[in-house]
Design a protein around this ligand. Sequence first.
Ligand code: SAH
Length: 249
Amino acid sequence: MDLLELIIDFHIDGKRQGPGSDEATKKALSFIPQLNEHSQILDIGCGTGAQTMILAQNTNANIIAVDMLPQFLGRLNKKIDDKNLNNRVGTKCLSMDSLPFEEKSFDVIWSEGAIYNIGFEKGLSQWRKYLKDNGYIAVSEISWLTDTRPSEIDEYWINAYSEIDTIDTKLSIIEKCGYTPITHFALDDHCWIDNYYKPIFERSEAFINKYNYSKEVKEFVEAGKIEAEMYTRFKEYYSYVFYIAKRVG
Ligand code: SAH
């Protein structure tokens, strides 16, 4: 069985494909100066577009939402159609590490729970050129909330995502990549549990059943459950943190 197909099937009906919430998206947006009908937003790694729709409904901006998975974009296209937003919201199937846009074409780059796929530093430095001078970037990235932590969770996350680091280190990477940090805030429990882990695990039994209780599928779901358990046990030490920053020059 193809792992990518499993991942898609496991996540496509989730509220979001990563931790987040409508409130957190709106809060991050509130730090960005008022956008208008001429503003251009690029939403990278949009998934099925929970945050795309919030951006669309809370601004008059034009939005291009990109993801490498057409299945997720199909869901977002339906939401865009349902809300009659085709005139200013569109999707493109693209890889975030080779975007075809012109330099300085966006006022805002948005990316929730996705930049880790290319790496925080690489994403920030590669995407900067697409922002207009003084444009804004809003990205969420898993970060350590404390300077020290139990070795069990340290090892778990270093193994899963070696770029996980403290907020201070993330802020210095943002600066190094040519941005001025504006603000940051950690995502709360609701973003992880109610909007991410709970909806997917509520379907996990039916999911395993659908694949005839195959060993591979059971292991896949089990790995997800371990991640969720880690969160419950060690959530005081890490979270996704939303970073809002401005392109310098
Ligand atoms: N922003 C959404 C989805 C986050 S999950 C949300 O918060 O709900 C991460 C998303 O990044 C997935 O939809 C995945 O398909 C996409 N992704 C992963 N690697 C990518 C790449 N190289 N290029 C574009 N999208 C990618």
